[in-house]
Ligand binder design. Structure first.
Ligand code: NDP
Length: 473
């Protein structure tokens, strides 16, 4: 069995203690990873701190050029990284609509190269006979990145590349469920970066909290649950850490009666089931007008019945749910919905093990106060609710502590855009959902997060403003 090592100060580092990484398709131990001690974290933070002055002093274009090289290195190791993602995360290589592990690597490359090309120009806000006033963007120092298990490599790139591009150094902790791709990635790119600029520590249990409490980490970027995001925010007060928190979503979609159901159903289905439903901005609550409700349900059922769920290594449409706790959550939410009288149109029972397999499940006639509607299941299960009045649909869509994304579907995009702008969320889509790209800011409102990622807006979150006032009198 493979033994993986952390990267601290440019060196491969093991630990006396290790933890198992489980293949979710077989429930067998796929590999063992080092369990970092407090001393390891101290070494990683100290290395990142020591590397900061030289790294931040380099011209931005030089850092950008290295990030392009990192992208090239990922591309050269693409096949290996796809296999590792399937092994630890469960997702198939190609998968439904080509949105499996290879798609994640494609996104990884796109975001990596886009981050390399970002700029932080000086903003001159006054230049007259009295004074010249410039606004500069300065890196923060050491960034702590805590990444999740749904897109282990792509989200690591989302965190790390803007941090490095803007001159920070990084200590990253991947999810204990999916550390392998990240560790291999760190090993692949290790020679491209000066020692200490990018460190990866692995562990389970207390490492994340130790990072957020660490006085020498200046910012935490975290993608994960709202509950953990709140704890991070509390801890971050110790030294006023900057925060970017991309937390849970329970995105609503409102489907108006003027849509062509046959045309939109595949897109609705794909954006709900993307990554087996384990996507922060997946479509998770579908509100459909009563005139087309049964037609939409039938179309979704036909799609659900046409897909396969199996071990990702056989390249089905969908793999297993990533971990046991998440699988139990999906099962429990489905059971509660059934007990409440909801109508299960497909799926609804776990598949025979081993492996955390749950079939694509469409649930109709479900009450808004059911947990499956109130909370994100983060799995392959979609509740479909009926509405007759569009204002009522909007009220129900907004009746959530989450506010990551939302969408309106209509044959009249202008009308849909006007309605979508009234959704309380960070991204409002029209006739699509969960569409993101490297130059468009992405973040949540309400309890879905703080700050944004991507593009210039995201890059600025890794900086402090320094105003330079040059008197001319
Ligand atoms: P969590 O959101 O709880 O995050 C787990 C990660 O956070 C681990 O790396 C853990 O490391 C770290 N962590 C835990 N406690 C703290 C703390 N106090 N301070 C800092 N870091 C901490 O993920 P789960 O896997 O438990 O998933 C729970 C739910 O989150 C899912 O059901 C899903 O709804 C949502 N989710 C959302 C994602 C998204 O993309 N927005 C991605 C994945 C999950 P350690 O244990 O070492 O401290």
């Amino acid at each position: 069995m493979s033994e993986y090592q952390m990267i601290i100060n440019g060196q491969k580092v093991g630990s006396d203690a290790t933890f198992p990484v489980i293949n979710p398709a077989t429930e067998e131990v796929a590999a063992r990873c080092p369990k970092a001690t407090e001393a390891h974290l101290e070494q990683a933070v100290a290395a990142a701190r020591a590397a900061f002055p030289a790294w931040s002093a380099r011209p931005g274009a030089e850092r950008g050029a290295i990030i392009h090289q990192i992208g090239q290195a990922i591309e050269e190791h693409q096949a290996e990284l796809v296999s590792l993602l399937t092994l630890e995360q469960g997702k198939p290589g190609t998968g439904f609509a080509g949105m499996g592990a290879a798609f994640e690597i494609g996104g990884t490359l796109a975001w990596c190269h886009a981050a390399a090309d970002l700029e932080l120009p000086v903003d001159v806000i006054q230049d007259n006979e009295e004074a010249r006033i410039e606004v500069h963007r300065k890196p923060l120092g050491v960034v702590g990145s805590i990444t999740p298990w749904n897109f282990p490599l792509m989200i690591a790139i989302w965190h790390v590349m803007p941090a490095l591009r803007s001159g920070n150094t990084v200590v990253l902790k991947p999810s204990e469920y999916t550390p392998l791709t990240t560790l291999r990635f760190a090993e692949i790119i290790n020679d491209l970066l000066p020692p200490g600029v990018f460190n990866v520590v692995t562990g389970d249990g207390s490492l994340g909290a130790a990072m957020t409490n660490h006085p020498d980490i200046n910012k935490i970027v975290f993608t994960g649950s709202t509950a953990t995001g709140k704890k991070i925010m509390q801890n971050a007060s110790c030294n006023l850490k900057r925060l970017t928190l991309e937390l849970g979503g329970n995105d609503a979609a409102i489907v108006l009666p003027d849509v062509d159901v046959a045309a939109i159903a595949p897109k609705v289905f794909a954006t709900a089931m993307f990554n087996n439903g384990q996507t922060c901005a997946a479509l998770k609550r579908l509100y459909v007008h009563e005139d087309i409700y049964e037609e939409m349900c039938d179309a979704l059922v036909a799609l659900a019945n046409s897909v396969t769920t199996a071990d990702g290594s056989t390249d089905p449409d969908f793999g297993p749910v990533q971990n046991k706790a998440q699988f139990a959550k999906v099962c429990a939410m489905a059971d509660e919905a059934r007990a409440s009288g909801a109508r299960f149109l497909t799926g609804g029972e776990p598949m025979p093990g081993p492996g955390y397999f749950y079939p694509v499940t469409i649930v109709a006639d479900i009450a808004d106060d059911t947990r499956l509607v109130r909370e994100e299941p983060f799995g392959p299960i979609l509740p479909v609710m009926k509405f007759s009045d569009v204002e009522d649909a909007l009220r129900r869509a907004n009746d959530s502590p989450s506010g990551l994304g939302g969408s309106v579907w209509s044959g009249d995009p202008q009308k849909a855009a006007a309605l979508a702008s009234r959704l309380e969320c960070g991204t409002a889509w029209v006739n699509t959902h969960a569409m993101i790209q490297p130059d468009a800011p992405f973040g949540g409102s309400k309890e879905s997060g703080i700050g944004v990622e991507f593009g210039r807006y995201g890059l600025e979150e890794y900086t402090n403003i320094q105003t330079v006032y040059i008197s001319k009198t």
